[in-house]
Ligand binder design. Sequence first.
Ligand SMILES: [Zn+2]
Length: 213
Amino acid sequence: MLIQAERELIIEYGQKLITAGLTTGSGGNLSLYNRAENLVAIKPTGIDYFKLTPEDIVVMTIDGEIVDGERTPSSEINIHLGLLKHRPDINAVVHTHSVYAATIACLNWELPAVHYLVGFSGDKVPLAPYATYGTKELAENIIRTIGSYNACLMANHGVVTVGNNLPTAFAVAEEIELVARLYYQTKCIGEPVILSNEEMAVVVKKFKTYGQK
Ligand SMILES: [Zn+2]
């Protein structure tokens, strides 16, 4: 079987999206790029994470040609392949509608440094302009907005996170959801204090070693 280890990681971390409360049902999607073999493993659309088998995972080239799998790939295939192509430093992409990140995105706000854990993304999480789900325009908006950040809010939609491996991209999704929740909660009862750019530069530098031990 082609890139079996990557297929199994897609299933493992897809199930973790559910157990961590970052998505429900068959929502959200993940991809993992094996650059040596130039093959991308991506979740198929509309199948329960706990019913997925390695055979269900779609295997594609970076240009979108399906080389193995009977299933239809995730509807956000353009985001996955686009980011993997444009960011040579990453190999994994996670997309969710996690509730607090989506809440901030529905306000069309960026997520500022209300807590140092925003450093999983950078000094903030930028916001990509709205476009219809599944379109190339949406993928282009995200690629243009994310720059070198590791997370990007998607206006009126959700969030996308990236990492050099799937555990890291998942950790970014989990931590950014926490920061989004803290931002929401602090906004509810007061005015959050935002960390300075200078402090976030220190944090981001410390975070550079995350996931590489
Ligand atoms: Zn979505």
